[in-house]
Design a binder for this molecule. Structure first.
Ligand code: ZN
Length: 139
């Protein structure tokens, strides 16, 4: 299989073409912009909170389909989570992307599994997650 075909699975294409939670939030309490100069990707994530829970998450940016699809998947993942749960989700995902943890087969995120074999693209997949992590005050 070609690299392109392997990387751009149906799930990734779907999130890239119909991004979930794309946009900005007027009263964002978390906002973080991050670049991936290796690929030219950029993403801004923002969130509002209801007490400790993530009330709303949006992302904007441009770049390759991996970076934008992964950002879209992340927004769906983090809504409703506490800060601690969000931190754990992000760390778990990043552990999967460096091969330290298995991708659950039934999870949409498993669509990004093929990226692991192309180390130069891993940063594309983790960009939005790292931005959110920084927004949470984790460096
Ligand atoms: Zn990229």
């Amino acid at each position: 299989m070609s690299m392109m075909r392997e990387l751009y699975t149906q799930v990734i294409l779907d999130h890239y073409q119909r991004p979930r939670n794309r946009g900005k939030l007027e009263d964002a309490e978390l906002e973080e912009h991050l670049l991936n100069p290796l690929c030219g990707d950029e993403v801004t994530v923002c969130a509002t909170f209801d007490g400790d829970k993530v009330a709303d998450v949006k992302f904007s940016g441009r770049g390759c389909s991996i970076s934008q699809a992964s950002a879209s998947m992340m927004t769906e993942r983090l809504v409703g989570k506490s800060r601690e749960e969000a931190r754990a989700q992000i760390e778990g995902f990043k552990a999967m992307m460096i091969g330290e943890r298995e991708f659950p087969e039934t999870d949409d995120l498993a669509a990004l599994k093929g990226v692991i074999r192309y180390p130069s693209r891993i940063k594309c997949a983790t960009l939005a997650w790292t931005a959110f992590q920084r927004g949470l005050g984790i460096r």
